[in-house]
Design a protein around this ligand. Structure first.
Ligand SMILES: Cc1cc2nc3c(=O)[nH]c(=O)nc-3n(C[C@H](O)[C@H](O)[C@H](O)COP(=O)(O)OP(=O)(O)OC[C@H]3O[C@@H](n4cnc5c(N)ncnc54)[C@H](O)[C@@H]3O)c2cc1C
Length: 414
């Protein structure tokens, strides 16, 4: 987007110029190890360490936690995190690995934690020194999130936690977890409470983390079992029984509508320089030009050209739709566009990834580590991973229900 279209305030324009200048001098360059397509697929400790070093330097330069108060380790700006995110994306820097911490835990802590807890935990979260994970889903509580069975029992000034979480991304690296659990078995919604849990020191002593392998062969998420884990009461966020309300702050951010609630600490940017390639129509065109088809290239095939034009139009429509949020006269419902983001973005990426199979033809069966695979097989990896994100953060079917009920005012689904 051209700077003239951005409508920055003078403070934002100055901050943007600063980010650009800093990023041009401090881009971390090519990683020494393979970085996966997104933070949810991180499993190599060396990749994690390299990305943590990158987050630490971006934080020290003021590009992370920009809109948080200086008292809790933030930059003290207003509406500047989006600028830093845009500039990091333009500079094609790697993703920030503490994605759940920045995108969900920080905004939730910012609103609901005691001041002492915020001051103690937010600096380590923002710098990436301490990695966070999210313990919401359970074997019987995914879309029906309020059906939590993990139980926290009050004993004196502490809580004793027992239960089973699943699909817990990054738990294998995590120091901390945001945890939704039950504190009262008689009331489905008012019987929930919300905690932050220091899980790393408890691994093997009340916490078991078991990796789950995805169809791509990667380990990104885990099962987490709590067995009589004791935590202090100060790690409860908000009142006992207010867990559902606190979880709604987290979910608003997870589903792309959080900025209406509280600032995000670092955005949900997931793309590294390679995945930026696997999620842009421009990269698709390059792939088509280099893929052979009946003595010509795939880019000469009218059916492929048609598919590529359609996806490019959808991307432009998405971009223009976003710009409507800047024009009050076009904002008929405050949640209409923010709540669409996760749905539209994940389905766009899935459809774009599917076209790469048509473009490559039989060569799309080649995978990572095959020297003949286009782009090192990352296109195929991106295709398979594109399914998980339509389920993560609440399945898209459920997201459609939310849009129908809360934005369009349709009757509730039964
Ligand atoms: C890549 C990935 C990362 C994840 N990371 C985390 C994490 O870090 N922490 C965490 O807590 N969870 C995580 N999850 C879990 C995720 O939040 C759940 O998978 C999701 O909420 C769906 O729940 P479920 O898997 O139990 O499916 P179910 O709730 O059993 O749903 C099964 C199917 O039924 C459909 N369905 C269910 N209810 C309705 C309805 N009312 N109307 C229409 N259709 C419906 C769903 O859309 C889905 O297609 C992750 C998931 C993925 C894929």
């Amino acid at each position: 987007m051209a700077d003239a279209d951005r409508m920055d305030t003078p403070e934002q324009a100055e901050f943007r110029a600063y980010c650009r200048q800093w990023l041009s001098a401090n881009h971390p360059g090519q990683p020494p190890v393979r970085i996966p397509l997104g933070a949810l697929e991180l499993s190599d400790p060396k990749a994690m360490a390299w990305l943590q070093a990158w987050q630490k330097s971006a934080y020290a330069a003021g590009l992370v936690g920009c809109d948080y108060s200086t008292a809790v380790g933030g930059g003290g700006h207003t509406n500047c995190q989006t600028i830093a995110n845009q500039e990091m994306q333009s500079a094609r820097t790697p993703f920030l690995p503490n994605i759940i911490g920045l995108g969900m835990a920080a905004p939730t802590l910012y609103i609901h934690a005691q001041e002492e807890v915020k001051r103690a935990l937010l600096p380590g979260l923002l710098s990436g020194a301490e990695i966070w994970c999210q313990g919401f889903s359970e074997p019987g509580a995914g879309s029906d999130l309020a059906n939590q069975q993990t139980f926290a029992e009050k004993r004196g000034d502490s809580w004793v936690i027992n239960g089973h979480k699943v699909w817990t991304s990054l738990a294998h690296f995590a120091d901390w977890m945001i945890l939704l659990c039950r504190t009262d078995k008689t009331d489905k919604y008012n019987g929930l409470s919300y905690f932050v849990v220091p899980i790393q020191p408890a691994v093997g002593k009340g916490v078991t983390v078991r990796p789950l392998i995805k169809l791509t062969g990667e380990t990104g998420f885990n099962e987490v079992i709590f067995d009589d884990l004791v935590i202090e009461d100060k790690y409860r966020l908000d009142a006992v029984g207010a867990g559902w309300k606190v979880a709604m702050t987290t979910l608003a951010h997870e589903r792309g509508a959080g900025l209406l609630v509280t600032p995000a600490a670092g955005g949900m940017i997931q793309e590294n320089s390679k995945s930026a390639n696997t999620s842009s129509p421009a990269a698709l065109i390059n792939l088509a030009k280099s893929s052979s088809r009946n003595g010509k290239t795939a880019a000469d095939d009218p059916l492929i050209r048609d598919e590529m034009v359609k996806i490019a139009i959808r991307q432009e429509a998405f971009r223009q739709n976003q710009r409507r949020t800047l024009v009050p006269a076009l904002t008929d419902h405050p949640m209409r566009i923010p709540l669409q983001n996760k749905l539209i973005g994940t389905e766009f990426n899935q459809d774009l990834a599917a076209i790469t199979y048509d473009i490559q033809g039989p060569a799309s069966s080649l995978y990572l580590n095959d020297e003949n695979a286009a782009g090192g097989g990352e296109w195929q990896l991106a295709y398979m991973n594109s399914f998980g994100v339509t389920i993560a953060a609440g399945a898209n079917e459920v997201q459609r229900n939310i849009l129908g009920e809360r934005v369009l005012g349709l009757p509730k689904s039964k």
